[in-house]
Design a protein. Structure first.
Length: 144
């Protein structure tokens, strides 16, 4: 078994099957989609606006997603759940993506996400901050 890498997609195929960007509450137009449900490797996909679900309930919605090589993450706006705080979720925490319902499922609990290092937009690009977040989620996998 490979060691957990918080910054890499565990299943890159989870990104297949994307649809054009829609607004929250809208459903993608599957009727006009004349090809297979998976556009293929390398097809850009915008996860902004997708709802994020932990193992025990809703966390929030994706505010932005990074495509930096070697360090991919999702910034999730938690709304009123934890007082409007945003959290940085490494893509390695993503268990699956449901493009039809626009939901990203992560394999951590709400409590684990709530206890993650505080996020500030100016910190997201700093390597030491990413190390701190990566270490937190790596340790959460060890504790299970």
């Amino acid at each position: 078994m490979q060691p957990f890498n918080p910054w890499a997609w565990r299943d890159p195929a989870a990104l297949a099957g994307g649809y054009d960007q829609t607004e929250p509450g809208e459903r993608p137009d599957r009727e006009s989609h004349d090809g297979p449900d998976a556009p293929g490797p390398g097809t850009p996909l915008d996860l902004t606006g997708y709802r994020v679900e932990a193992t025990d309930g809703r966390i929030g919605a994706i505010d932005e997603a990074s495509e930096d090589a070697g360090a991919r993450w999702l910034v999730v706006d938690t709304g009123p759940w934890i007082f409007g705080r945003k959290v940085l979720l490494p893509v390695g925490t993503v268990a699956r993506v449901d493009h039809g319902d626009r939901v990203v499922h992560v394999d951590r609990s709400r409590e684990q996400v709530k206890d993650s290092p505080a996020f500030a937009p100016e910190e997201g690009a700093r390597p030491d901050y990413r190390d701190q977040v990566g270490d937190y989620y790596t340790q959460s996998y060890r504790r299970g």
